[in-house]
Structures are given as C-alpha cells and as structure tokens.
Design a protein around this ligand. Sequence first.
Ligand code: DGP
Length: 120
Amino acid sequence: MAEETIFSKIIRREINADIVYQDDLVTAFRDINPQAPTHVLIVPNKLIPTINDVTKEDEPALGRLITVAAKIAAEEGIAEDGYRLIINCNRDGGQEVYHIHMHLIGGRPLGRMLASSSQI
Ligand code: DGP
C-alpha cells in the first residue's frame, strides 16, 4: 500500500489549497510555488505514486487529466497562446510528491522544453 502524500489531504479538503476543479476522478489546484502566471496541478483522486504504477483501470482518470487540463487552460485564457503539460516521474524526472500529478503551466512564453545542455 503506497503512502499518502499531502495531495490526498488536499483532495479530501482536509488542508487548504486553491482548488479550481474537482470531480469523481480528478482534482485540480494551484501549485504552492508557481513557475508561471498559471501553474495548476491536476491529480487523480486515487493515490497512484508514479507513472510506473499505472494500470489499465486507471485509464479513465488519466484521460480525465487531459480533458480537465484543456478546460482549465481555456478558463485561464491561455489556450490559444499555449501552455505546457508535465508529469515528472521518480528521481531523474524531478518528482517530489509521490502522487501522480500533471503540471499545467502557462501565461508566459516557456522557452525550450529542457534547458540546453551538452549532456546527453
Ligand atoms: P513535482 O516535482 O512534479 O513532484 O512537483 C510537486 C509540486 O507540488 C511542486 O511544484 C510544488 C507542489 N506542492 C508541493 N506541496 C504542495 C502543497 O502542499 N500545496 C500545493 N498547492 N502545492 C504543493
């Protein structure tokens, strides 16, 4: 059994967060440390630690992450200019909270996907 993170408490509304959307499958709330004018985290309500742990039965919730991202981007007024969706996985991916979450980031030009580096 995976260990709960702070995100489970946010989903259950046991601690404060700026929740912008919630339904039976996913919850979306503003990142506590925003990297751009819009920075929303969209998470499955079910605790799935990483992308490596997903199963076929998670497909409805994982698909909902995308449709909710598009809806929030439209509401935030960033759909036309564009935005970035990111899911980090494990240490090399930079994952800090072990409850799958999709970052929706936009509201300014985001530049190249990765900082340029000579290391491949
Ligand atoms: P990642 O590196 O992909 O695991 O991103 C974790 C993000 O979660 C990071 O951008 C900060 C955010 N975060 C961590 N704790 C909290 C919290 O308690 N509330 C909110 N709203 N965001 C949090």
